[in-house]
Design a protein. Structure first.
Ligand code: ATP
Lengths: 346, 229
């Protein structure tokens, strides 16, 4: 097959990402606009404002990506876009644009699962892991362990029964009076504190399965905060202990998954993967079993178009070109990742 | 000149193909959105006219005000088509399209904006020429400013929801037609002269006109109102 250029469009939450990926030469260019500063004053993502911003950003970012790649719109051979999961309004912006651009350019449109994008993003790195591997997906909305046998084949091994790890970081940060987004702020504060001075539980550490639960941890923090007015030093200690508790559980279960499946490659994706303490623990634990941890390049840790373009390209290389169809499309704000496998094998 | 037009600001979704004044249209009531209809309708209209997408010279869309999701559906589809085809776009005021669709000389155009508010404007209509008498605003119906013309027609689904309140604001309304919706055909008719004088804009500049811009409270505003962080 001749090389093909796939445009990737991501707009599922508060980042607008576009990228152009070449099936032979790899990533040609990508650009991301983050709305973090815009939502900061509101203490969280305002879906309507997110959608409005995507509408403004898409074409300027596309023009930048095409210019950086030295390509024109006519060079685009397929368009991959995030169809879900995510904020409905935000997804619709990217989907409407992607599908109609595909009709206009007479190329296929490829709806992509946002988490598949994250999951495969380490494959865009200079030393990609080989299949099969275990993936730990830790973001604001997800905490999942998966066995990835090949592109499109994902087996869910365990996930959070309640809050996602990133959500727990964010909520705890709020309880400690830290700004938005809370995860990075909490991690920063934790570096100045000492874990163990105040004790927090390690939920489900010994549950014998690969499930997680983080809502109890948040409640424990709330109880501690309510007990008495805390000094800054005490807050830092509590933050450190919280980070220690979450990363203890994440690392232990990720290693358990590797052992159970006799795999020594662990891929970490999602925003919480940026957490330094988590990385230390995972690197150490995998080294002990003769394995290795793979992270996406730093700039591809947050939502981006490159991972979406990459997923689309993989799909194009795996199967015959899909029909152009009649242009009907649908977004899937809630879309369990394991439904992908059924779709791929159908 | 050949134009494609979209209007999805209300529950009545439509797509029109305009060819030198000849119009064909697809429309349907779809309260839950129409991402599965718009592009298929485009293909159907092109097939019916026996032309290809490449022969289209411009894209027009009802830019609002109206349902936010609907506005972005039409805007996104218009941006994608126009960017891909490298042709200009004309955003058209949805309330103006509503006035033209009503085909009455003096129109108070009012759409239900939910949350106990309406989008309202007033127009004088003569043939395909619509002149704005009152620019679109978002207000509670109870304090909506009435157009200054006497008589006239109240048009739009705002009258279905808030008919009594709106009539109280303008007791001399000659008639009310709450079942008229803005249409893609009207959008195309309004956009045609704009394209003809070369005043279409690049796809990137095609943006919705929301009118309602305060959509959330900042943390500071919530705290000031006695809320919690
Ligand atoms: N250094 C860090 N330590 C802990 N958490 C972090 C750190 N950096 C980012 N996070 C958390 O990562 C999350 C954001 O990650 P990401 O952008 O991948 O997820 P999302 O888009 O919110 O969720 P999803 O992709 O599941 O819909 C936030 O909860 C944030 O607080």
């Amino acid at each position: 097959m001749a090389s093909m250029k796939v445009l990737g469009i991501e707009s599922s939450c508060d980042e607008t990402g576009l990228a152009l990926y070449d099936t032979e030469r790899g990533l040609l260019a990508h650009a991301v606009h983050t709305q973090v500063a815009m939502h900061e004053a509101y203490g969280g993502v305002v879906p309507e404002l997110a959608s409005r911003d995507h509408v403004r950003r898409l074409i300027p970012l596309l023009e930048k990506v095409l210019a950086d790649a030295g390509a024109t719109r006519g060079d685009i051979d397929a368009i991959a876009y995030t169809a879900g999961p995510g904020l409905a309004g935000a997804l619709l912006v990217g989907a409407s644009f992607a599908e109609s651009l595909a009709v206009a350019l007479d190329v296929p449109a490829l709806p992509v699962h946002h988490l598949e994008g994250h999951l495969l993003s380490p494959l865009l790195g200079s030393e990609p892991p080989a299949f099969p591997f275990i993936a730990l997906l830790v973001s604001g909305g997800h905490t999942q362990l998966m066995r990835v046998s090949k592109v499109g084949d994902y087996e869910l091994l365990g996930e959070s029964l309640d809050d996602a790890a990133g959500e727990a970081f964010d909520k705890t940060a709020k309880l400690l009076g830290l700004g938005y987004p809370g995860g990075p702020a909490l991690a920063k504060l934790a570096e100045t504190g000492v874990a163990g001075r105040s004790k927090l539980p390690r939920p489900m550490l010994n549950s014998g399965d690969l499930a997680f639960s983080f809502s109890g941890l948040k409640t424990a923090v709330l109880t501690a905060v309510r007990k008495h007015e805390m000094s800054d030093a005490e807050k830092a200690d509590l933050a450190a202990e919280f980070q220690e508790a979450v990363t203890d559980v994440l690392a232990a279960k990720a290693v358990a998954a590797c052992r159970q499946h006799r795999l020594s490659s662990l891929v970490v994706a999602g925003g919480v993967g940026a957490n330094r303490r988590l990385r230390q623990k995972l690197d150490g634990a995998l080294a002990k079993i003769g394995g290795r941890v793979y992270y996406p390049e730093v700039e591809l840790c947050t939502d981006n178009g490159a991972m979406i373009a990459f997923c689309g390209a993989q799909r194009l290389m795996q199967q015959a070109l899909p029909d152009r169809g009649d242009g009907a499309f649908a977004i899937r704000p809630r879309w369990p990742l394991d439904e992908l496998r059924a779709q791929a094998s159908s | 000149m050949r134009l494609l037009a979209f209007e999805t600001a209300t529950r009545r979704l439509s797509v029109a193909l305009w060819q030198d004044g000849e119009l064909i249209e697809r429309a349907e009531d779809l309260p839950n959105g129409g991402s599965d209809r718009l592009l298929p309708w485009v293909q159907q209209l092109l097939a019916e006219a026996g032309i290809s997408l490449k022969q289209i010279d411009g894209i027009a869309f009802g830019a609002g005000p109206g349902g936010f999701t609907g506005l972005r559906l039409s805007c996104g589809v218009s941006q994608g088509l126009a960017y891909g085809l490298d042709i200009p776009v004309v955003p058209v005021a949805t309330l103006e399209a509503l006035a033209l669709a009503a085909a009455e000389p003096l129109v108070w155009a009012v759409l239900d904006a939910r949350m106990n508010e309406v989008y309202a404007a007033a127009y004088a209509v003569a043939g395909d020429a619509v002149s704005e008498l009152m620019a679109p605003i978002c207000v509670p119906p109870a304090v909506a400013p009435a157009p200054t013309f006497s008589g006239g027609t109240g048009v739009g689904d705002g009258f279905a929801t808030y008919g009594d309140g709106l009539r109280a604001r303008k007791p001399d309304l000659a008639q009310v037609r709450a079942d008229v919706y803005p249409t893609a055909a009207a959008v195309a008719r309004l956009a045609a002269p704009v394209f003809a004088r070369g005043a279409g804009v690049p796809a990137a500049e095609a943006q919705p006109i929301y009118v309602r811009d305060k959509v959330a409270l900042t943390t500071a505003e919530r705290l000031a109102r006695g809320g919690v962080r």
